[in-house]
Design a protein around this ligand. Structure first.
Ligand SMILES: [Zn+2]
Length: 74
């Protein structure tokens, strides 16, 4: 068991993490867009590529919940 988010940036809130990912993803050379997710362990928000994010069971669960929620909305 490693520490999957030690290498990642940590933001104190979602807004700052979002701002970072948006400006990063604006770069036309970016092939794998960044995304951000909440980390309970570090009580903050990390940015990571989609693939990195998928390695995390918590965010995977969150993604499923988000999908369900957006289906219910539409
Ligand atoms: Zn973390």
């Amino acid at each position: 068991m490693g520490k999957p988010c030690d290498q990642k940036l940590l933001f104190p809130n979602a807004k700052m993490a979002e701002k970072y990912t948006v400006s990063y993803n604006k770069d036309p050379l970016v092939r794998v867009p960044l995304t951000y997710y909440e980390c309970l362990m570090h009580s903050g928000w990390h940015v990571a590529t989609e693939k990195q994010r998928d390695d995390n069971w918590y965010t995977r669960l969150q993604g499923i919940l988000d999908k369900i929620a957006s289906k219910q909305r539409s």
